[in-house]
Write a protein that binds this ligand. Structure first.
Ligand code: PHE
Length: 400
């Protein structure tokens, strides 16, 4: 087993704190539960996950899955829910809305999971959420930031901030730190996330005294951005806002530099993937994005998580992994505190989440079933001894 007893104790702290256990009570309880003989062996409790495990957003689903699996492993090693282990049922959405809906139907109607975790992409969460709402099975999106997702109904939650705040954070950074007076926007018109975030960036940037010099559109998966980037070059903006997903952003960065555009690109959490730098290489160096977490934040909670994740998967967790981990732990805490595992009782327990000490910050679920949290801004920078740029923490933007 790769997780040792100490790691279990550390990781359990988050779950236990939210249950109101004191640290020493927690230590005693975890010590008792984490003995090798104590792992949960009762009848499994099924939890669902739907995510893009393949396709151009494959790292979103894989990272989320890893985060969830680490949370499950830790929880089960410590005795599970009164001796019952959590078992994961997982389906690939392939980044497709139709597949996402089918996946959630399978989880809810055939597998009879007690709750569903996912999706990452807002469009795919919007496709799956009505199925959960209808069946009264709670769904927690770790990372979908479009406001409409939780508006689907009272069984739909998220543990991340929403795009009106993320757009504000990006605009504030552009105006105050980059001193940008003008911005161009290049938006994926096929993604609810990108469309919503570009609107929020624009509103906030203009309110802060900036001007939008040009708005250009593409559809995810496009290969040639010459026309849009040529129009942007003519508008001479100080910064280019590209709120898309990492594969497209990587291609856009390469083509922008080839066309002689030297301005920083600025984006949102959709950039968060190791693949971004693998695709764009130095074309993405010196660009910035808003995100949920940065691996070089010094907090002990973040660093303990990174250590455990590396031991398990051999790589540094991205924001999706951290959010998947937090979403799963919040669900498990609600399973413990709720009256039962029935949908309505579990729903009420999730809705009551307050000050949960997550890796991505303290999480309180508000009356709209969203989390209100800080965002971080990271820069794609090349660190000593590394060839490719990677995200480097720049600053934290607190909720308005
Ligand atoms: N927020 C994005 C969406 O709603 C998904 C995402 C979250 C991607 C975090 C990367 C990191 O579509």
């Amino acid at each position: 087993m790769l997780i040792n007893r100490r790691t279990v104790l550390t990781l359990l702290a988050g779950v236990a704190l939210s249950l109101g256990l004191s640290t020493s009570a927690l230590a005693r309880q975890a010590a008792a539960q984490a003995e090798p003989s104590a792992p949960a062996a009762g009848q499994p409790i099924l939890v669902g996950h739907f995510g893009s495990l393949t396709g151009s957003e494959a790292t979103f689903g894989k990272s989320t899955s890893n985060g969830i699996r680490l949370a499950i492993k830790t929880f089960n090693a410590a005795g599970g829910l009164k001796g019952r282990p959590i078992e994961l049922k997982e389906y690939d959405t392939r980044g497709d809305a139709g597949e996402a809906k089918l996946a959630v139907e399978r989880l809810v109607k055939s597998d009879n999971v007690v709750a569903v975790l996912g999706e990452v992409a807002s469009k795919l969460s919007l496709a799956g959420a009505p199925v959960c709402q209808e069946a009264k099975v709670p769904m927690i999106s770790p990372s979908s930031t479009n406001p409409r997702v939780t508006e689907v109904g009272d069984y739909i939650f998220r543990v991340c901030f929403i795009d009106p705040f993320q757009g504000f954070a990006g605009a504030k950074f552009a105006r105050e730190e980059l001193k940008a007076k003008t911005a161009a926007i290049l938006v994926d018109q096929a993604q609810a996330y990108a469309v919503g975030l570009s609107e929020q960036f624009e509103q906030n940037f203009v309110k802060m005294g900036g001007t939008i010099a040009s708005t250009q559109r593409y559809s995810g998966g496009a290969q040639d951005f010459t026309a849009q980037l040529t129009a942007i070059r003519a508008a001479k903006p100080d910064v280019i806002y590209v709120p898309g997903y990492y594969t497209d952003v990587g291609n856009i960065a390469i083509q922008a530099r080839k066309l002689g555009l030297t301005q920083p690109l600025l984006g949102g959490d959709g950039w968060d993937s190791e693949e971004l730098a693998k695709i764009a290489k130095d074309a993405i160096e010196g660009s910035f994005y808003t995100n949920h977490y940065a691996p070089d934040q010094p907090d002990a909670r973040v660093q303990d998580f990174i250590k455990a994740y590396r031991a398990e998967f051999g790589s540094t967790p991205d924001g999706l992994a951290a959010l998947g981990y937090d979403a799963a732990n919040i669900l498990f805490a609600a399973m413990r505190s709720g009256a039962s595992l029935e949908g309505p009782a579990l729903r009420d327990a999730i809705a009551a989440t307050k000050d949960f000490p997550g890796v991505t910050g303290n999480i309180t679920i508000n009356e709209k079933r969203d989390a209100v949290k800080s965002a971080v801004v990271v820069e794609m920078a090349v660190s000593d001894g590394q060839e490719l740029p990677s995200p480097r923490y720049v600053k934290t933007v607190s909720p308005k």
